[in-house]
Design a binder for this molecule. Structure first.
Ligand code: C2E
Ligand code: MG
Ligand code: MG
Ligand code: MG
Length: 291
């Protein structure tokens, strides 16, 4: 009986592994053509001021609209894109497309103060990043200060000396720099001060369960106190409840991001969201105010 069960388990795992291997192959071959086929799209998630709930920035989140698999989330293809090196052209597209979208919103008179773009470790390794960012800004006519680049602790701590110089060059362009998922990686507090950083984003895992979770409350408060002393601004990620928002705001967190305010939305839906935030001017033909 045990043997029988073992065999079934084995067959189950074999089938499961096979399915995973097939999906990986499917994703990998698809990923090579996805850029040319225009299958990538950007979604945008509001980051709001804790006090006023006004829009301060949008985080740019990449999606892949796969012809058979539907909308593929980044966790399923970014690691593959990093392994294959495809993340470089993809990352370049993200930066350019995001800047174009920001220029489009400007043209519509919809005010988006800033965009936050995620960088991968592979993009961060290369000098070409500076040229890409500068090119995308110039092409779209966007001021550098309206772009914030998010990177993780491990990306900068892997090679702190090189990171200091690369971050210095990015900073010289005028872009803002932030540490994503702060608290989950390993970072040296002395380096934190030496890097020209603007923002720390407290990882969602520390926001979960606030204010009841005592450990997370202590961690969030400690990060906020340190950030205040070092003059970093702080974004809390993954804010889903009013109680979390109230606690974070009371502890001095200026910026909040999470489903409580909005899920990441495609550009069209985000445009509608922006219109709801910005009172529309009275139009002569209807004589009514848009809500
Ligand atoms: P991240 O940069 O930490 O992005 C935040 C993630 O949390 C997003 O997942 C977002 O949808 C999710 N999120 C936001 N608010 C809430 C909330 O209230 N509750 C919960 N449960 N989740 C929330 P997403 O879009 O699946 O992205 C996952 C990760 O993929 C990102 O984590 C980022 O590391 C990476 N990523 C996304 N776009 C890009 C990109 O263009 N380039 C690179 N290199 N990485 C990207
Ligand atoms: Mg991020
Ligand atoms: Mg994050
Ligand atoms: Mg995260």
């Amino acid at each position: 009986r045990a043997k029988e069960a073992g065999k079934n388990t084995y067959q189950f795992f074999a089938a499961e592994m096979n399915a995973q291997a097939i999906e990986r192959l499917q994703l990998e071959s698809g990923l090579r053509q996805a850029l040319e086929r225009g299958e990538f799209e950007l979604h945008f998630q509001p980051i709001v001021a804790a006090e006023t709930h006004r829009l301060e920035a949008l985080e740019v989140l990449l999606r892949w609209r796969h012809p058979e698999l539907g909308l593929v989330p980044p966790v399923r293809f970014i690691p593959l894109a990093e392994e294959t090196g495809l993340i470089r052209p993809i990352g370049d597209w993200v930066i350019r497309q995001a800047c174009r979208q920001l220029a489009d919103w400007d043209c519509l008179g919809l005010h988006v103060p800033r965009l936050a773009i995620n960088l991968s470790a592979r993009q961060f390794e290369q000098q070409a990043l500076i040229v890409q960012v500068a090119g995308a800004l110039a092409e779209a006519g966007i001021a550098a200060g309206r772009l914030e680049l998010e990177m993780t602790e491990s990306m900068v701590m892997q090679n702190p000396c090189e990171a200091v110089s690369l971050l210095g060059e990015l900073k010289a362009l005028g872009v803002r720099l932030s540490i994503d998922d702060f608290g989950t990686g390993y970072s040296s507090l002395s380096y934190l001060k030496r890097f020209p950083l603007d923002t720390l984003k407290i990882d969602r895992s520390f926001i979960e369960g606030l204010p009841g979770d005592g450990d997370n409350a202590a961690i969030a408060e400690a990060i906020l106190a340190m950030a205040r002393k070092l003059s970093f601004s702080v974004v809390a990620e993954g804010v889903e409840t009013e109680a979390q928002a109230a606690f974070l705001s009371a502890k001095g967190c200026q910026l909040l991001q999470g489903y409580l305010f909005s899920r990441p939305l495609p550009a069209g839906e985000l445009t509608a969201w922006l219109r709801r935030q910005t009172p529309q001017p009275r139009t002569a033909d209807t004589g009514t105010m848009a809500s």
